[in-house]
Design a protein around this ligand. Structure first.
Ligand SMILES: C[S@@+](CC[C@H](N)C(=O)[O-])C[C@H]1O[C@@H](n2cnc3c(N)ncnc32)[C@H](O)[C@@H]1O
Length: 345
């Protein structure tokens, strides 16, 4: 019998199953002939699950109920072992969309980290595609490969993991102009842009996933200055969950406010020069003197006129004067309020 996990249909040997038991405790098991889940609530033989539909509820030896579901890819990536920080599912979905990752695409990614993004990319390109993943740290590459194997049940033959630096090794790994999409998730993506420009096919997409605004700015300017890409676009995705129960319908109190930014651009054809589209910021590269240059004009902000500024000053002064009056009124009447007596002593 095949032990490659299936993503739908009745449970069978080799499938991963997520069980939600007493007190909402989660257990993830891989179904085996003769296997058993032992908890202090009793024993659940794997045979109870084999052959029954996904989404079933079963009982263990002590009569406790367990809801059995196959983990979705997003459940798996959030709970799998991590060597490095992962790309969250909300960002992976945006990466696939903004970088236009398609079935059959030749995709390069770095770094592999824990393999979260690799799993989404492998699913999107399918077995007609090819994914070449670079990772500097061998231990991380091992974690990623193990995670992919755990989820898919095998190492896909169309996935090539290379331990090494993308900037140094990409030129020997792929033919120039042969790659459809490149996804960079690393601290210094600008170090890889020259190699990426060489590898990408005309019209191909490079997408960088970066954590801070300073990295975002630096890689954007690097890409612009090559003259080899279209004007970069950038965005971030904030997902706010909602509590929807009866008449209590409202946003969740907590959310993950920041994970990273996406920035992407397309490779121009050899010799093509992109038409000038936007007014450029007056300053676009970093130097030591830049500490003095974080002015609104230098970063592309509209500057306030002298007239508007004087208006703002008057508004601020009026507000301060109002606050001073309120404070002196409160002082003169403080003795009238018994609650103020202690504070005046
Ligand atoms: C944040 S992790 C990647 C996480 C991964 N995308 C995931 O979803 O699990 C960044 C990884 O990039 C690797 N890295 C950084 N620069 C690299 C380079 N130039 N070439 C290859 N790997 C690189 C680091 O070792 C690290 O493992």
């Amino acid at each position: 019998m095949s032990t490659t996990p299936r993503l739908s249909g009745p449970f069978r040997v080799g499938d991963r199953v997520q069980l939600t038991g007493p007190k909402n405790r989660l257990h993830t098991i891989t179904l085996r002939e003769g296997g058993e889940l032992h908890t202090h609530h009793g024993v659940l033989p794997h045979s109870t699950l084999i052959g029954i539909p996904d989404g079933s509820v079963v009982r263990n030896s002590a009569g406790h109920e367990y809801l059995a579901l196959r983990p979705l890819l997003r459940d798996f990536v959030m709970s799998m072992p991590r060597g490095a920080a992962i790309v969250y599912p909300k960002d992976a979905a945006q990466i696939l969309s903004e970088a236009d990752v398609f079935p059959g695409a030749v995709v390069v990614e770095a770094g592999v980290g824990s393999g979260a993004l690799s799993l989404w990319l492998l699913r999107a390109i399918g077995d007609a595609g090819r994914l070449v993943s670079f990772e500097r740290r061998p231990e991380f590459a091992e974690v990623a490969q193990a995670n992919v194997e755990t989820f898919l049940g095998h190492r896909p033959p169309f996935w090539d993991v290379r331990v090494g630096d993308l900037a140094a090794d990409l030129p020997t790994a792929v033919e120039p102009g042969s790659v459809d999409r490149v996804i960079l998730d690393m601290l210094a993506p600008w170090e890889c842009i020259d190699a990426v420009a060489e590898a990408l096919t005309p019209g191909g997409v490079v997408l960088c996933y970066i954590a801070t605004a300073t990295q975002l700015s630096r890689v954007a300017e690097y890409i612009r200055n090559t003259g080899l890409f279209t004007e970069p676009d950038a965005n971030e995705t904030m997902v706010r969950g909602w509590h929807v129960e009866g008449l209590a319908v409202r946003p969740d109190h907590r959310m993950i406010a920041h994970t990273g930014f996406l920035l992407w651009a397309r490779r121009l054809a050899p010799g093509a020069v992109a038409p000038e589209q936007k007014r450029r910021a007056s300053k676009s590269s970093y130097g030591d003197e830049d500490v003095e240059l974080w002015t609104p004009g230098a970063v592309g902000d509209r500057q306030i006129t002298d007239k508007n500024l004087r208006k703002r000053v008057r508004e601020a002064q009026r507000a301060a004067e109002g606050a001073r009056h309120a404070a002196s009124d409160a002082g003169s009447s403080a003795g009238d309020d018994p609650a103020d007596l202690d504070r005046l002593d």
